[in-house]
Design a protein around this ligand. Structure first.
Ligand code: ZN
Length: 144
């Protein structure tokens, strides 16, 4: 007597996501990678519904932190301390914009970064022009 090798100790299952027919002893779909719950009763959920980092379905985009920091640094460079916050505003603004472009499904706030970059650049320009004028006036005063 021969035992039928395809005898249904491993009957086939159908992947619930892509519909591919799979051996029952597979724990992942070979086609789409879906985890196949073998004992549905004991299966524990891997994580609560991930509303924050679930790709493409998140309605809650948040302001990119570096874009916001860029805006704040730009304002600080005008209101409190010139120059160094302006450099930070430029760098953070550029990095923030890149990240928003890379992950538009997570982040917003491109306008903050743009304003931060403009404020930072304007402040740097003003500081450099002011420093040049100061140097010129010092040189011309010491000359006489
Ligand atoms: Zn599948």
């Amino acid at each position: 007597m021969e035992v039928n090798p395809s005898c249904p100790s491993g009957e086939d299952v159908v992947c619930p996501r892509c519909g591919k027919v799979l051996r029952r002893d597979y724990s992942f779909c070979t086609h789409c990678g879906l985890r196949l719950g073998r004992d549905r009763g004991q299966e524990t959920p891997l994580s609560p519904p991930p509303s924050f980092y679930y790709p493409y379905s998140s309605p809650h985009r948040r302001v990119e932190p570096m874009a916001l920091a860029s805006l704040i640094c730009g304002l600080v460079s005008f209101l409190l301390i010139p120059f160094f916050p302006a450099i930070a505003a430029l760098v953070l603004g550029i990095m923030g914009r890149n990240r928003i472009k890379q992950y538009p499904q997570y982040f917003e706030g491109d306008a903050y970064a743009v304003v931060g970059i403009i404020l930072g650049a304007t402040n740097l320009f003003a500081v450099i022009v002011g420093a040049l004028l100061l140097v010129v006036s010092l040189v011309s005063r010491s000359g006489f």
